[in-house]
Design a binder for this molecule. Structure first.
Ligand SMILES: Cc1cc2nc3c(=O)[nH]c(=O)nc-3n(C[C@H](O)[C@H](O)[C@H](O)COP(=O)(O)OP(=O)(O)OC[C@H]3O[C@@H](n4cnc5c(N)ncnc54)[C@H](O)[C@@H]3O)c2cc1C
Length: 469
């Protein structure tokens, strides 16, 4: 008997879901990159399943994988074992925050909008919700996130635990939107934290690196739904740089990209508008990255010819506009994998640092083809936010995932550090605990809260042990 296609698809989905999420100890988290040789044990006998991050640069062999289906199940799990537990989101961090040989725990089954308040425009959202699952449902409730990063595959917990940010000189990182945190501690206790209850834990948990406990929900301060006009415009990089500071103050969201070895870049601006929606199709950056790689492959031997070819083409690209709901304009698809280093620098030093990095890359690294990304982020007061009391320019450099990122990142990082940068928690850097302690006035306060909540270090993996030793 042959099933109609839609029923076959449904059956396949049900079987895949059952295999993927219900065998004890063998949960393959949705969205995790495929790994050759990964098998789920047929009878539920647990053979460890390797974990790797989005780019493939971080990996480990957790002894167990867990994805509790309810808050109660999560509390019970923590009470039933005293083994170390490492929380994971969707594995989009490049830094070694997640790898563990012990229990890898995802809250991806705790997702969705749990409650909302129409007067205060606040909503409580389960921590395992992906950013891409928030915009539409939130809009239906009369709310919207104030800002978003450039992709929406991350979980809320992963994003907020690393101070994920978008761009906008008057807009802080997403962790600053938090007004309440629900967290399960190492002994399974549930803590509801805000500025009046467990205020120190609340302050620490806004950017908590997964080092304090398992976060199960956040209350966020949102805004009314809004539409944005997104404008993308190609220009010579010198013109972009000349106007960058003025544009950062002029537009709600302003950022720019530089294409190495081209002399050209493009700006992206967002402005709130009441104009009708013009397009909702998602922008896919894959074509662009693939084309840049091909040009690099052909013309790496001649920077002059490469610049001529790239700039001649880019000068024809001009300007594009789109009007859509806010959550449909911030993010795009990024499926060409890469590794990334991003530092947040004091705003007044950022463009000088950018010029230095550009010169270094174009003198020494002809193999680089990925654009540099430059964004503006407003300062905040969160203990471990890299934007702590610092309006910032964020500069990101990337290497294709199959190519060795180390030489480029090793060369660029001293420039970031010379200009007093703080690294993005989710991106590559070589800083040690003492370096962070010098950069963060509240480092010891955070460490004290961590020690109080988790004296046995159950939530620390080797990387975090190194930082908090
Ligand atoms: C293609 C790409 C584009 C990106 N774009 C941006 C961008 O525009 N702006 C930006 O700032 N960053 C960006 N990032 C970085 C990304 O936002 C962060 O690394 C983010 O932490 C990833 O979220 P995740 O859900 O994958 O979390 P993971 O990487 O899986 O985990 C991140 C941290 O969160 C902790 N964690 C996860 N769940 C919990 C929980 N329930 N309780 C406690 N702790 C938890 C983990 O232990 C870990 O410390 C990008 C990354 C990629 C790969």
């Amino acid at each position: 008997m042959s099933l109609p296609t839609n029923r076959r698809t449904l059956l396949k989905t049900l079987v895949a879901t059952a295999i993927g999420s219900s065998l004890p100890g063998q949960v393959v988290f949705a969205g995790e990159p495929a790994i050759a040789g990964r098998t789920a044990s047929p009878a539920g006998t647990a053979a460890p399943i390797p974990w790797r991050n989005w780019s493939g640069s971080q990996h480990s062999l957790p002894s167990r994988r867990e994805a509790p289906a309810s808050l109660g199940a999560l509390q019970q799990l923590l009470r039933d074992t005293d083994a170390p537990v490492r929380p994971v989101g969707s594995g989009h961090s490049f830094s070694p925050l997640v790898p563990t040989d012990d229990i890898l725990l995802s809250v991806n089954r705790l997702n969705g909008i749990l409650s909302h308040d129409t007067d205060s425009l606040q909503a409580t959202i389960a921590a395992g919700t992906r950013l891409g699952q928030i915009g539409g449902p939130l809009e239906a409730l009369g709310q919207a996130l104030r800002n978003m990063p450039d992709i929406d595959q991350q979980t809320l917990a992963g994003s907020l635990s690393t101070a994920t940010h978008g761009t906008g000189a008057t807009l802080p990182c997403m962790s600053d939107f938090i007004t309440g945190v629900q967290l399960v501690t190492a002994d399974g206790e549930l803590l509801e934290c805000d500025s009046n209850h467990h205020a120190d834990v609340f302050q620490a948990a806004k950017v908590g690196l997964g080092a304090l406990g398992i976060i199960t929900a956040y209350r966020l301060q949102n805004t009314s739904p809004y539409k944005l006009r997104k404008v993308t415009e190609w220009q010579a990089i010198e013109d972009i740089l000349d106007e960058a500071e003025a544009n950062a103050d002029r537009y709600r969201n302003f950022e720019f990209f530089y294409i190495p070895f081209s002399g050209m870049g493009f700006t992206e601006t967002h402005e709130i508008t009441d104009d009708p929606v013009s397009a909702t199709a998602r922008f896919d950056q894959n074509d662009g990255a693939d084309t840049l790689r091909k040009v690099r492959n052909w013309l790496e031997w001649s920077p002059r010819l490469r610049r001529l070819v790239l700039s001649s083409y880019m000068k024809t690209l001009g300007r594009e506009e789109k009007v859509a709901s806010s959550w449909q304009t911030y993010t795009s698809d990024r499926n060409v994998r890469f590794n990334e280093m991003e530092y947040h620098l004091p705003r007044e030093l950022g463009l000088q640092a950018f010029r230095e990095i550009r010169a270094l890359v174009e003198q020494r690294f002809p193999e680089v083809f990925f654009p540099f990304e430059v964004r503006y982020v407003k300062g905040d007061d969160i203990w471990l936010s890299p934007f702590y009391q610092q309006d910032s320019i964020s500069i990101a450099v990337h290497r294709f995932h199959e190519e060795d990122h180390a030489p480029l990142f090793q060369a660029v990082e001293p420039i970031f550090r010379k200009y007093h940068g703080r690294p993005h928690w989710g991106k590559m850097n070589t800083l040690k605990g003492e370096d962070f302690r010098r950069l963060y006035p509240h480092w010891d306060d955070f460490a004290a809260v961590r020690q109080m909540l988790d004296p046995d270090g159950r939530f620390l993996n080797p990387y975090l042990k190194g930082l908090f030793a």
